[in-house]
Design a protein around this ligand. Structure first.
Ligand code: SF4
Ligand code: SF4
Length: 168
């Protein structure tokens, strides 16, 4: 019997496990412009990310394949993040000593541009504070999911995958 992957036992995927499944972009590429990262390791019949990509950057040989991205073709349009029903696509961009991570945000309230938010890691633990740079609200999203881009210390780029909005 094949071994159950770590991400299935835990319910989330750690970056080290993801790196064994897909190749991540180089630091040089991460500094050029935002680039999409598929964190979707299960072979499930789903392909809206591939269908919506305007540059054919999302590679899937068949509908059950796990998505990979041709990072040279990705223009950072964020449509895959907006459309993914599994909330499994992100974008990462390195800017100086900060990183900008684009992520789905389905919990209310939706933060505002410029707002400080609490950064949550893959387990949901608070790991710091970040600043919201852009918001695509539900009505403008190509899927049903609002997405946000959050600036954070660069060392958190591969840990933070959600935020909490705290208002007095
Ligand atoms: S960000 Fe845009 S170009 Fe890049 S993989 Fe996603 S849909 Fe394709
Ligand atoms: S749309 Fe999302 S869940 Fe579906 S294959 Fe693409 S990344 Fe995976």
């Amino acid at each position: 019997m094949s071994e159950i992957p770590e991400y299935l036992r835990k319910g989330y995927i750690e970056i080290e496990e993801l790196k064994k499944i897909i190749e991540l972009p180089s630091e040089e590429r991460l500094r050029k412009k935002p680039v999409a990262i598929p964190e979707c390791p299960q072979e499930i019949p789903c392909a809206p990310c591939r269908e919506i990509c305007p540059t054919d950057a999302v590679i899937m040989e068949n509908v059950n394949d796990i998505p990979r991205v041709n990072y040279d073709k990705c223009i950072g349009c964020s449509l895959c993040v907006q459309i993914c029903p599994g909330l499994a696509f992100f974008m990462v961009y390195y800017k100086g000593n900060k990183a900008r991570v684009t992520m789905p945000h389905e919990l209310l309230p939706i933060p505002s541009v410029g707002e400080e938010v609490v950064l949550l890691n893959r387990v949901g633990e608070e790991v710091g504070k970040g600043k919201v740079i852009t918001v695509v609200p539900r009505e403008k999203s190509k899927g049903d999911t609002p997405i946000i881009t959050v600036e954070m210390p660069i060392e958190l780029a591969w840990d933070v995958r959600a935020v909490k909005v705290v208002r007095e």
